[in-house]
Ligand binder design. Structure first.
Ligand code: R5P
Length: 311
């Protein structure tokens, strides 16, 4: 087995390598003067089971292209099996046509990764489970919920918790977390979004008064969904609101927004490399994914069960 890393999240790739007690494959991913990407693998990978770790986070197009070129280089170097490890799968939110004459870019990106030569995909908390079906190759979707649940139980002792989904679409995810924290009760924020990038909280389904609310979602991007939900919950009498999100996209002034929000704390994972601003925020904490991803890689390489990681 070999591990290869693109440049999008080297700290996570190094942590996965440390978990597996394997070195990262000696390779260079460079730019020509005109910004074309060039990949060179400096060791033999012929016949190897290779895992390429790359989040297609911002700059999404550059990181995606880097991934495709790494896969191409491995395929042409006769790697036996190539697994694209995508701690964060950018473009996932474009998984349906929101209107006439619009693309389904998540499917296009899945096609590109497959056509480049990937044999398998390993992803984390895909925006929608059915994106697995966009890939015509075996795709494992890991869940961040066990990592989050362990942290919640350790920090709170599991007392007085209510799990809240910030929108109707996230109820399945919220229910899965609730099961792991003593079947905590559920509430839903009924969110209406008038135009992209602007979110508006309309209604809370459930009585949150006096509860310590755990907001759960897959992605925080502008922070609008989460910060508005937190404000609405506090207004409705919640005792506190803490948020757990897998992918800290945190674009624009999202970090500032979170820092100034009603949230007690925002807990994200390192599926996307945290920026300096994120690390400096007193309200944001990062959970490591390396043990989960590393263990899944080990099991794929050993041909053993990945789903049993979540039993
Ligand atoms: C939406 O379906 C996602 O699950 C997130 O709620 C959304 O992408 C968050 O975006 P923002 O932080 O910009 O409100």
């Amino acid at each position: 087995m070999k591990l290869m890393a693109g440049n999008s999240n080297l700290p996570l790739a190094r942590d996965i390598a440390a978990y597996l007690e394997l070195p990262l494959t000696d390779a260079s991913v460079r730019r020509f003067a005109d910004q074309e990407i060039f990949v060179e693998i400096h060791e033999n990978v012929r016949g190897e089971d290779v895992f390429v770790i790359q989040s297609t986070s911002a700059p999404a197009n550059d990181n995606l292209m880097e991934l495709l070129i790494c896969i191409d280089a491995l395929r042409r170097a006769s790697a036996k099996r190539i697994t694209a490890v995508l701690p964060y799968f950018g473009y996932a939110r474009q998984d349906r046509k929101p209107g006439p004459r619009t693309p389904i870019s998540a499917k296009l990106v899945a096609n590109l990764i497959t056509q480049a030569g990937a044999d398998r995909v390993l992803a984390v908390d895909l925006h929608a489970g059915q994106i697995q079906g966009f890939f015509d190759i075996p795709t494992d979707n890991l869940y961040g919920a066990p990592v989050m649940a362990a942290d919640i139980l350790e920090r709170t002792g599991g007392q007085n918790l209510m799990v809240v989904s910030p929108d109707v679409g996230g109820v399945v995810r919220a229910r899965a977390l609730s099961k792991r924290i003593n079947d905590a009760p559920l509430s839903i924020v009924d969110k209406r979004r008038d135009k992209p990038g602007v979110s508006e909280v309309m209604n809370i389904i459930g009585d949150v008064k006096g509860w310590d609310c755990i907001l759960i979602d897959d992605i925080i991007d502008s922070g609008g969904t989460l910060c508005n939900a937190a404000a609405a919950l506090m207004e409705a009498g919640a005792n506190s609101v803490t948020a757990y999100l897998t992918h800290g996209v945190l674009s624009g002034n999202a970090v500032e927004r979170v820092t100034n929000s009603a949230l007690k704390e925002l807990v994200i994972t390192d599926s996307i490399q945290p920026t300096e601003a994120t690390q400096a925020s007193p309200k944001i904490r990062t959970l490591p994914l390396a043990p989960l991803i590393g263990e899944a890689i080990r099991r794929i390489a050993d041909e053993s069960s990945v789903s049993s990681l979540f039993d």
